[in-house]
Design a protein. Structure first.
Length: 219
């Protein structure tokens, strides 16, 4: 049983690590970014509203994501745990999450903090390419697809996310520092923070993430 938050700057690799973790632990990945992008793609009212913030790299209003997560973690597939990816991102969201978990009578196993340098973050974000169909992520420098511009998994086209443009990236990193980094203290004070050094070869970093999780997983 694991109920964790994967915490880290945009581009730290939360989505990539989550994809590996869900295979092993058979729990859903709850990515607010993916959920919002799905709403945008479907053209829902929520999606239209969210898009106005997302395209500038700003956070969407807290209440929007809080409600989404509240619903999602009560679905049957989340009974045995979940991996929160990209949520919470503000102290308000973290307090709401606390309240939700308390009401559901469940606890977080821990918060994995992915640690990488600013330099690596920038190269990951500028090189990131995503599949328009299945959402798989590649990197033109470090995790190239077999065929340029084509998804290895489903054969659809790869694109650069609109919010991965250089000016938007800087905005997102500034917002991360201002709004999201205070959560490090928040979870440290609750004794839930588990920093994992993720610089260097991907497989080695992934092994360290798994090792940190093994320590916190409850059978
Ligand atoms: P991500 O894929 O996690 O980088 O999220 C992409 C964008 O979705 C962010 O830049 C925000 O605009 C929005 N977003 C995702 N998660 C949240 C959140 N927890 N709070 C506010 N906005 C979010």
């Amino acid at each position: 049983m694991i109920r964790i938050i994967l915490f880290g700057a945009p581009g730290a690799g939360k989505g990539t690590y989550s994809a590996e973790l869900i295979k092993k632990y058979k729990v859903p990945q709850v990515s607010t970014g993916d959920m919002l992008r799905a709403e945008v793609k479907e053209g829902t009212e929520l999606g239209k509203e969210a898009h106005e913030f997302m395209k500038h790299g700003q956070l969407v209003p807290d209440q929007m994501v809080i409600e989404m997560v509240h619903k999602r973690i009560q679905e049957p597939d989340a009974v045995n745990g979940f991996i929160l990816d990209g949520f919470p991102r503000t102290v308000t969201q973290a307090n709401s999450l606390d309240l939700m978990l308390h009401q559901m009578n469940i606890e977080l196993s821990g918060v994995i903090k992915i640690e990488i340098s600013q330099e690596t973050i920038l190269s990951r974000l500028t090189g990131r390419r995503v599949c328009t169909n299945c959402g798989a992520t590649f990197n033109i420098a470090t995790m190239k697809p077999k065929q340029e511009g084509i998804c290895d998994k489903c054969g659809h086209n790869l694109i650069q996310r609109p919010d991965d443009q250089p000016t938007t990236i800087l905005n997102r990193l500034a917002i991360y520092q201002k709004d999201t980094e205070p959560l490090i203290e928040f979870y440290k004070n609750k004794n839930l923070l588990r920093p994992v050094q993720c610089e260097g070869p991907y497989n080695e970093a992934l092994a360290r993430v798994f090792a940190a999780l093994e320590k916190m997983a409850k059978v």
